[in-house]
Design a binder for this molecule. Structure first.
Ligand SMILES: CC(C)(COP(=O)(O)OP(=O)(O)OC[C@H]1O[C@@H](n2cnc3c(N)ncnc32)[C@H](O)[C@@H]1OP(=O)(O)O)[C@@H](O)C(=O)NCCC(=O)NCCS
Length: 327
């Protein structure tokens, strides 16, 4: 089995071949600047940076795979922004649209929407909510989709006991309390994108504090509804629930708690019941479990936008560049 480090390595190889163009609007953040030097040196992507006052000119040598644009040029999109905002709020003013258009995050979304780049990576400075709101309102939701959600991809160092394994956790970044329908969307989208990025067959577990009725509580109905809906909507998907984490992950526990289940302790895509549980679990997996976490990888948008944690490292940004160019 290929190692998780290899997964990021493979994504990098593919990225180099594709040579897509990405925008990093938080261009004056030192982690972003360091990451851009690495992305360009390793030819992972062409990069567009946005600057306010020529502050980037002396940080980068002129090169043809790097474009630096002054944010003032964003004002050309003020009318588009006015139209988008007025569709929700008819009293939105021209002045507000002009001042928003030169905001790097908004400008980057407009450049993406207009086709000047293949993706935006933001969130080292802006909050996740800001990134997602601007992405939904400006870039828009993918045709045929209703739900924007996210997942984290986990891989492990060479000396880790899980080295060679790759997992996805969803939704650890977007929807605080998903409905059964949204939970089903999250499962189906994550399975599809897990396969797209890793090449592995997804095996999906809806997680809970209960395994197949071992406990009773009103909150469990949403999970069983999501499971039934998912089975109906995607008959070929390997999916099971509701499962405690050990029943989903440990074959010997699965043999006792979930005999005959579709997941036999071999799940690789874990769907959490809400954002609290998923976000807590991802940070524990990273900080205590020693996993490499890449995400939140946003899904359901019409063009790729990737969010970062504000606590992200330079490596996290480089890894996100490998993901977005393969998304
Ligand atoms: C994503 C988030 C910003 C949306 O906030 P919200 O208050 O529900 O969204 P708004 O009311 O501003 O919605 C704006 C529009 O986006 C839509 N929308 C919001 N979330 C959506 C989603 N997940 N999928 C699709 N559409 C969505 C709304 O339906 C609304 O559409 P409308 O204008 O046509 O009615 C919010 O859920 C959030 O902050 N999530 C947590 C993010 C976070 O802090 N994560 C931390 C961990 S990394």
């Amino acid at each position: 089995m290929s190692s998780a480090k290899d997964i990021l390595g493979k994504l990098e190889e593919k990225a180099v071949k594709k040579r897509r163009t990405i925008i990093l609007p938080e261009s004056d953040d030192i982690r972003v600047i360091d990451a851009v030097h690495i992305i360009l040196r390793r030819r992972i992507a062409n990069v567009i940076l946005l600057q306010k006052q020529n502050e980037l000119e002396n940080r980068f040598k002129a090169r043809k795979d790097l474009t630096i644009i002054d944010t003032g040029f964003g004002v050309q999109y003020a009318n588009d922004i006015l139209r988008i905002r007025r569709s929700k709020d008819p009293s939105y003013s021209v002045a507000a649209a002009e001042s928003e258009s030169v905001e790097p995050l908004v400008f980057s979304m407009m450049l993406l929407k207009k086709g000047f780049a293949d993706g935006v990576i933001a969130g080292s400075v802006c909050t996740t909510s800001d990134v997602i709101r601007q992405a939904i309102s400006i870039v828009g939701i993918e045709k045929g989709y209703k739900t924007v959600s996210s997942f984290f991809l986990f891989s492990f160092p060479r000396d880790h006991k899980l080295s060679g394994r790759v997992f996805a956790f969803a939704d650890a970044g977007v929807i605080p309390v998903p409905t059964a329908e949204q939970l089903s969307d999250i499962a189906i989208h994550t399975a599809k994108n897990f396969k797209k990025l890793t090449g592995l067959k997804p095996r999906v577990a809806f997680l809970s504090f209960s395994t197949k009725g071992s406990a009773r509580h009103d909150s469990l109905k949403k999970i069983s509804d999501a499971l039934e809906l998912t089975k109906k909507r995607n008959r070929s998907l390997i999916v099971d629930g509701e499962l405690q984490f050990d029943a989903a992950f440990v074959p010997s526990v699965a043999a006792r708690k979930n005999k005959g289940g579709a997941i036999k302790g071999d799940a690789n895509v874990f769907i959490f019941p809400d954002l609290n549980s998923a976000n807590i679990a991802y940070k524990i997996t990273e900080r205590i479990g020693g996993a490499y976490a890449t995400g939140p990888i946003l899904q359901g948008l019409s063009r790729p936008v990737m969010d970062l944690s504000r606590g992200c490292s330079t490596d996290d940004i480089v890894n996100m560049a490998k993901v977005i160019t393969n998304f």
